[in-house]
Every structure is written in C-alpha cells, then in structure tokens.
Write a protein that binds this ligand. Sequence first.
Ligand SMILES: *[C@@H]1O[C@H](CO)[C@@H](O)[C@H](O)[C@H]1NC(C)=O
Length: 393
Amino acid sequence: MKVIAVLALWVTLFYQGYSNSLDSCQGRCGFGTDNSFSCQCNPSCERYRDCCSDYTEICKAGATSCKGRCGEKYNSQNECHCNSKCTQHKNCCSDYAELCDRGGGGGGGGGGGSVITDAELKALSETLYALDSNKASASELVIDPQALVPDSQTSSQSDLSPERLFLYLNEEALFSRPTYAALLAVLDNYHRMTGQVEDFSAQQLAEQETFLKETMSNTELGRELFAFLYTKGVYASEEEFIQDLKMMWFGLYTRSNNVMDSSGFEHIFAGEVKKGKVSGFHNWIQFYLLEKRGELNYYSHSFNGPWTTYPDVIGMQFMWDGYFKQVGSAVIGCSPEFDFALYSLCYIARPGKQCRLSLGGKELIIQTYTWNNSYYGDRKKFIGSAFPATPRN
Ligand SMILES: *[C@@H]1O[C@H](CO)[C@@H](O)[C@H](O)[C@H]1NC(C)=O
C-alpha cells in the first residue's frame, strides 16, 4: 500500500515536472525568469511576450481557484493564495484545502527560512532588473567616465578627468517620481563625519518611513522582492519585512567615539568620512548631487561594467570636499528601489559574503558586510556595508 502511494506520488511529481518543462505555469506563478523553461510565468513575461499559454488563466490577478497553483510563490496581486502559509494568513482560495492541503502541509511554500540558491538569486535579480521601470534612460542621463586607470593606480589621487562624470540628468523627469523624491529627502539627514552623533527630527524619521513605503510597498519591484522572501519563509508578513529593513538599514550604531554616528543607509547611500578618508558611498544619486554642487571632484574610474544601457556599474576614484575615495563602486542610472532591493536581497541571502546576481544576462557580484559590534531585535545584525564588487583589471 505504502509502496503504491509513494509510486503514485512519484509519478505525479514526475508528470508535473515534465509538463512544467514544456509550456505550463502550473506551480510556477510569480517565479523569476528561468531560461530552462520555454515560457515564463511572472509579470515581466507580459512585457517580453514569453508567457506560457496558461499564464492568464493560472497566474493572473483574479484567479480565484488553486487549480494548478498549489504551493506556488506568494504574489500580492492574486486575490487568494495557495501556499502553505495561506491558512495562517487566512487568505487561501476557497478550494485550497480540497486541492492542495492533502494531509500534511500541501506542497512548496516557505517553511522557516528555506535555502536560497544561487540560481534563485540570479533569476530574481533578472526579474528585478526587468521591473526597474524607474531607471534612467539614455536620453535622461549622460555620463562621461573619461580616464580608466588600473587597480595599481587607484591610490594615486590624481585628477585625470577634466569633465564631470555626470554630464546631464533630466531631474524633472526623474526627481519628481515618488521613490527618487523619497531618497532625496533622506539623503540629507546625515552628518558625514564619523564620531558625530546622528539625531533625527520627527520629520526625518517620517522620511525614512516614506522611503521604505515608496520603494518597497509602492513599486512592483519592491513587491516582487517581498514576495520572494515571503515564499522563502524569511518574512511572514509585509509589515515584518518593512520593519526589519528599517532596523537593518536605518538603525544607528557607533563607528567612532562611542556615539551613535552611523547606519547602513548612511554608510552606503550618503557616504561617510572616517580617519581622513571617504568611507562607504555607493549611490549614484548622491554622487550626482554633490558633483553638481561642486563638492565632489571625479578623478577616474578603475572598473566599468559590461552593460551598455542603464543600470551600469562603475568603480570611481574621487575627492569629496578634501577627502579621497579610492574605489567607490556604484550601480549607475538605476532607480532608488533597485539599489535598495539588490543590496537588501544580498544582505539577507548572503550576509557578509559575495552574492552573485544576474542583470541582463551579465553577472553582478554584490559584496555585503555585517556589523558585528551591536545588534537589533533577536541578535540580528545591522548592515555594515554593501556595494558592487569590482573584478580586478
Ligand atoms: C563579522 O562576523 C562574521 C560572521 O561571524 C565574520 O565572518 C566577519 O569576519 C565578521 N566581521 C568583522 C569585521 O569582524
């Protein structure tokens, strides 16, 4: 009896795997783009016109049945859900118990922080890349990287580039968008010197909340990141996700003088000055703003990624009002939500390690560091740093 049941289950799984690999969205709704399948089942397939023929029927918002959806990844756009957590969240489709919950957990779903594979990171980053509708276009942003220096010369502190790096940005087009406006509002809330305490007004704390809401809750890109982490069991709700991001990014810790002078957000997005040098600083919008105000002088670059459209990745040498940065790498021309999502994903999935992503078929490695000297919540670590790794040249 037991043998027959196991055999039947095996045949069922085999058959599902077989039909999936052909052209069905069964069990794949919301998953990242995966080229091992002949067609795709996430929102970007509509744009790329490579959705499976049953995508609309099975995956689109409005599907009210779990038929073909048992154990699928959580997708906030669906009316009801079919993963193992829906009972807990009371948002299962009415036929979930009948079709999916066959005594003991249904199939798939998260389950207490399951392993995130490199293939999943690559697939998700491709999806986020495709969803970055707020990135700059070639007509909205023009850069001139000028001098390229080898790694051995990044410390020479010589201004080899007479022009600015950012020649033109259509501020009207980009800065009016909610996520850019929200980033601009938080960027100027910091004292760049370590050892100088950070304190925030109620207004500035509200700006942090707005930034999280605009980038992560109000964009398709942010919702896709949450959906993935939810399915993986990393977070049980969107509130938990946002709250954890808030602590890991904006929670204060001390880098110097025993005062609360730093945070992951300040270090990575705004940049700091420590022991006479620029520390952190991995955001292109902050670079643009300071360069435009004449407070930052671009010297050269030692790395230029393989991308020919935005976002691109560059490793820059520059002087910030008297303080030098030897290699400040940044994703250039992406939206604030894209930067924030990639760094968050890598910090959550590969804390303190190299995180291998894929953007438009080309590899991007993000290196993150954990802050080990103080904690939030249940001994959770703040973000120490996160930035694009720049391969040796
Ligand atoms: C922080 O802790 C991690 C994990 O224990 C370790 O790999 C890393 O080297 C530590 N970082 C520092 C700066 O000590």
